[in-house]
Design a binder for this molecule. Structure first.
Ligand code: PHE
Length: 375
């Protein structure tokens, strides 16, 4: 190529290359780890949909700090060990400025120390075990915690006159073990009694031995602070074994396959959670409408919390004026009265959100709003 022509063309080529690559390089990278497949797939699928919707809303409104956001999502397959690997990759390779995830507390607990060490802020949408944010000052959540949730359900049991309660806990999940402990504490301190305790492990399919032993103790109700996959089978097997008392649970019951698998067997049961799609507040209804238009399904708790987690992160970036770790951390910590889909979110000095819980009941194989309980 003649020198003159080359000197004329090359800058043009370089300029074109920069034009193509610059926006990508310039995007603000946020890592999201979620259980898109495996035993808790409904958690990850939902939280991801909500998170992605928030990122897209932010980008179509011009992005943050004049830049577009890029959500890098990795599937932890609901497997222990994966969150650590993924978050290490986010930080070392992708150079994310913040991490969003996970729903299950054990998964968040695995990732949190890595984010903390690297001074990369992490916001969990839905992990309720208190230990998650105790990992350090870079770790936040946008939901309530289990001492509150456990108290809500223990109070609910006592208010219904169910004083003799049995417990069935998933020993593989920090969430389940913790929530069980907080429930027992409140119940016992307020005139209730735990008549029997049994355990299982995530992935178990046969709960008949535990249920038979619980039945013999004749409880008024059974608290099952587990995740939807096992709870659905527990509900079915409990009815087959002739246990007629209500089962009680927490937010881990949320998941589209709970009722698909359990059918009518959980009718008359109750659980606490974060969000009711039939809440008539304009904020909730606008979100439900937007979510349905995009995904042709109704959002659940994790979707709403995923949306809130991404919005709180973006708001903090705007206030900080930078994505730099320590300044971003300070700005997230300063979140006050954020108008979230799941209610007004103020982060306290322990980086948790004090918010109302919603109690749902199950009747005719469907969820029904029961009541809201303020913190
Ligand atoms: N709170 C549960 C945990 O910490 C996760 C969860 C949240 C599940 C919301 C369903 C809905 O493990």
């Amino acid at each position: 190529m003649p020198t003159l022509l080359r000197s004329f063309l090359l800058p043009a080529v370089i300029t074109a290359a920069i034009a193509i690559h610059a926006p990508a390089q310039d995007r603000i990278k946020v890592g999201e780890f979620a259980s898109l497949t495996g035993g808790n797939a409904s958690f990850g699928q939902s939280s991801h949909k909500g998170t992605q919707l928030a990122i897209d809303d932010l980008n179509s409104a011009g992005g943050v700090l004049g830049r577009q956001l890029q959500l890098i999502t990795e599937d932890d397959q609901s497997l222990a060990g994966q969150p650590a690997t993924i978050v290490q990759k986010f930080i070392a390779q992708d150079k994310v400025v913040a991490v969003l995830g996970e729903v299950a507390s054990s998964k968040s607990l695995e990732a949190a120390p890595i984010c903390q060490q690297n001074h990369i802020p992490m916001i969990s949408p839905a992990s309720t075990n208190p230990k998650v944010t105790e990992v350090g000052d870079y770790i936040f959540r946008v939901c309530f915690i289990d001492p509150f949730q456990g108290t809500v359900m223990a109070k609910f049991a006592l208010a219904h006159g169910w004083k003799k309660v049995a417990l069935l806990t998933d020993v593989k999940q920090d969430y389940s073990v913790g929530l069980g402990e907080f429930f027992i504490k409140y119940l016992k301190e307020n005139g209730g009694e735990i008549v029997k305790e049994q355990k299982y492990s995530s992935g178990d399919k046969d709960f008949r031995a535990q249920l038979t032993s619980l039945k013999a103790a004749q409880p008024d109700a059974i608290f099952v602070p587990g995740y939807y996959a096992e709870v659905a089978l527990i509900g079915k097997q409990a009815r087959l074994l002739g246990l007629k008392m209500p089962l009680l649970g927490g937010d881990g019951w949320v998941g589209d396959s709970l009722l698909k698998v359990a059918g009518n067997s959980l009718d008359g049961s109750f659980f606490s959670c974060h969000f009711a799609a039939d809440d008539q507040s304009p904020v909730v209804q606008a979100f439900v409408k937007k979510f349905r238009a995009r995904y042709q399904e109704t959002p659940d708790d994790m979707a709403a919390l995923g949306y809130d987690s991404a919005m709180i992160l973006a708001e903090a970036m705007k206030r900080a004026g930078t994505t730099q770790g320590d300044k971003l951390r300070d700005a997230i910590a300063a979140t006050r009265n954020h108008p979230g889909i799941t209610g007004s979110i103020t982060l306290d000095e322990k980086r948790n959100a004090a918010k109302p819980a919603v109690i749902l009941t199950i009747s005719d194989g469907g969820f029904k709003f029961q009541q809201t309980v303020a913190p």
